[in-house]
Structures are given as structure tokens and as C-alpha cells.
Design a protein around this ligand. Structure first.
Ligand SMILES: Cc1ncc(COP(=O)(O)O)c(C=O)c1O
Length: 96
């Protein structure tokens, strides 16, 4: 059941807050003709084994904002800097 994204986005835009849309269980749902998960600034889908579409684990992050995508990619790959040696200056995760 999609959230009331129009109202949520109006409030978020007023206060300059990014909207992270948890669409973990909602693949295939739409909100005002848009795919749920693609309405906010960042959306997530879960592919865990209790979901509509499963890969028995993992998920997907959706965004049109390259800076959010780059940051998520960095965090999901141990926050390893793009250097020939191992360097991490913030906490990261093994979420590939
Ligand atoms: C609304 C919602 N958000 C997040 C999650 C967590 O997803 P995952 O199991 O892929 O971490 C779930 C899982 O049930 C969910 O229903």
C-alpha cells in the first residue's frame, strides 16, 4: 500500500529534507502512475525470500541522484576509497 507520497514530498520539499522511500515489499505497485520506490529521492526494494520478487537475499537502491548513488555504493563496498591500496576513512558495509 503506497504511502501518501504527495503530502510527504510537499512537507519534505518545504524543509529541504530528502525522502527515502522504503518500498521493500512493494515491487509492482504504483503511485500516481509511477513505480513505488521511484517516487522519493531514494527508494529501496528488498529481494529477501518473503518478498514478491526474491533472489533469496539482497535488494536494490533506486535514485536519479548520482551523489546518493555514489555514496551508497561507497558504503556498500566497505567505504574503500578509489585508491590502489586499502584506505577507509569512514565506516562501510559488505552489502554488495
Ligand atoms: C517495509 C520493509 N522494509 C524493510 C525490510 C527489510 O528488508 P530486508 O529483509 O531485505 O533487509 C522489510 C522486510 O520485511 C520490509 O517489509
Amino acid at each position: 500500500m503506497p504511502a501518501r507520497m504527495k503530502e510527504i514530498l510537499e512537507i519534505a520539499r518545504r524543509y529541504d529534507i530528502a525522502v527515502l522511500e522504503d518500498a521493500a515489499e512493494a515491487i509492482g505497485s504504483t503511485y500516481q502512475r509511477k513505480a513505488v520506490g521511484a517516487v522519493g529521492d531514494v527508494g529501496i526494494l528488498s529481494f529477501n525470500n518473503n518478498k514478491t520478487l526474491t533472489t533469496f537475499g539482497g535488494g536494490m537502491l533506486l535514485t536519479n541522484d548520482k551523489s546518493y548513488a555514489d555514496q551508497a555504493y561507497l558504503w556498500s563496498t566497505h567505504s574503500r576509497k578509489n585508491l590502489p591500496h586499502y584506505e577507509h576513512d569512514e565506516m562501510g558495509f559488505n552489502y554488495r
